[in-house]
Design a protein around this ligand. Structure first.
Ligand SMILES: Cc1cc2nc3c(=O)[nH]c(=O)nc-3n(C[C@H](O)[C@H](O)[C@H](O)COP(=O)(O)O)c2cc1C
Length: 141
């Protein structure tokens, strides 16, 4: 069974809704899924997983959340990531997904295989929830 971790930061709940949908879909597709707010996540949740989904809002001038998500992600620069499959997801208010484009490039540089990404404006539409579902399925494959 594929082990999948979904690790996210959310305050208002928009990113959390996406995280739940991705986790639910990966579970439905047969994966063993752990879902955690980044506050509760450990590096092992990434290193022991076959695939990971990371989620964050755009904050602090179009960057991933800086107090908790940023330091967690930064640590992954030093781990051997061996093309591990990663999905990135998040929500923005006005940057039109710029933070996500930067994040994809960064995770690619860190040695992950970014197999999908989804950035939504504020709360996800039904269509975007379907896209999140597809990402969960992809992670479980
Ligand atoms: C303190 C704060 C800073 C924000 N900074 C940005 C930003 O720099 N760029 C942007 O596009 N949206 C920004 N936003 C909007 C959030 O990214 C957006 O509301 C998102 O849906 C929040 O996700 P959440 O509900 O999961 O917490 C900011 C929101 C807050 C509360």
């Amino acid at each position: 069974m594929r082990k999948i971790s979904v690790i996210y930061w959310s305050n208002g709940g928009n990113v959390e809704v996406l995280a739940s949908k991705i986790a639910e879909s990966a579970t439905e597709n047969g994966a063993d899924v752990t879902i955690k707010h980044v506050t509760d996540a450990k590096l092992e949740d990434v290193t022991n997983a076959d695939a990971v989904a990371f989620g964050s809002p755009s904050m602090d001038n179009n960057k991933i959340e800086q107090q908790e998500m940023e330091p967690f992600i930064k640590e992954l620069k030093l781990t051997p990531n061996n093309n591990k499959k990663v999905v990135l997801f998040g929500s923005y208010g006005w940057d039109d997904g710029k933070f996500m484009k930067d994040w994809v490039v960064r995770m690619d540089d860190y040695g992950f295989d970014v197999i999908g990404d989804l950035a939504v404006k504020e709360s996800p539409t039904e269509k975007e929830l379907e896209m999140a579902k597809e990402l969960g399925k992809k992670l479980a494959e």
